[in-house]
Ligand binder design. Structure first.
Ligand SMILES: C[S@@+](CC[C@H](N)C(=O)[O-])C[C@H]1O[C@@H](n2cnc3c(N)ncnc32)[C@H](O)[C@@H]1O
Length: 213
């Protein structure tokens, strides 16, 4: 019996919101919320991040976000069911590409783009692999901390490679989940990092891809 419990515990620890599991049960639901004074409806399901409400950190990132003064498409990395990219696309009238490794999250984002009439496209992607050689005015992410530093730091490095000059990376991360080490990493990649806001242990952090000449 103990062995069965140990096995179940191990399996539970292995199944994260970013795991693609074709046998995962489905219980589609939707919620409606106001973001920056506009109403949004999001369809969600079992197996995606924060499926019943808008995550506190994601909401803080949306509220604190200011569009950079650069023309071009925006990118949401680790989009989940799509709340960040879809709401910012609608509020600021920006075109978004939205990426996630989780197939169910990508499929929900596609439905939510239509449901909310946003100018966006969603693709399945590990980190920024699906981007090709496209460059963005802005990259925004509530990064997948549970996927580990290797994945999170790859997102930062690839974000730098896929930003236009003066383009900006905006992220949200909790202090206890590594905000200080994220800031060191971003400083080493971009040569600059700023804390835009701090609330309840969540940091909103920005780095700019400055002219490197
Ligand atoms: C903290 S959640 C944020 C989800 C969504 N942006 C939100 O605010 O609700 C991080 C997301 O990153 C995705 N993710 C995990 N590993 C990834 C990877 N290697 N490449 C791309 N996305 C990944 C997860 O599936 C998850 O949806």
């Amino acid at each position: 019996m103990t062995q069965v419990f140990d096995y179940l515990k191990t399996m539970e620890n292995k199944i994260h919101y970013y795991t693609n599991n074709e046998n995962l049960a489905s219980n589609p639901q939707q919620y409606t919320t106001k973001i920056l004074n506009q109403e949004f409806t999001f369809k969600t399901d079992i197996g995606v991040f924060c499926k019943s409400y808008l995550d506190f950190g994601s909401n803080l990132l949306i509220e604190e976000f200011i569009c950079p003064n650069v023309e071009g498409k925006y990118l949401d990395v680790g989009c989940g069911y799509g709340p960040i990219g879809i709401s910012l696309s609608k509020v600021y009238n920006k075109e978004f590409l939205m990426l996630d490794i989780n197939k169910r999250a990508v499929s929900l984002t596609k439905e939510n783009i239509i449901l909310n009439n946003a100018l966006a496209q969603a693709l399945e992607s590990n980190v920024l692999d699906a981007v090709g050689d496209e460059h963005f005015a802005c990259i925004i992410s509530n990064p997948p901390i549970r996927a580990g530093k290797k994945v999170v730091y790859a997102i930062y490095e690839e974000a730098f490679n896929h930003l236009k000059e003066n383009g900006e990376l905006w992220i949200v991360i909790q202090k206890k989940q590594g905000a200080p080490s994220t800031m060191e990493k971003l400083e080493s990649i971009f040569g600059n990092v700023s804390v835009i806001a701090k609330k309840k242990g969540y940091y909103i952090i920005k780095s700019v891809k400055k002219n490197l000449d």
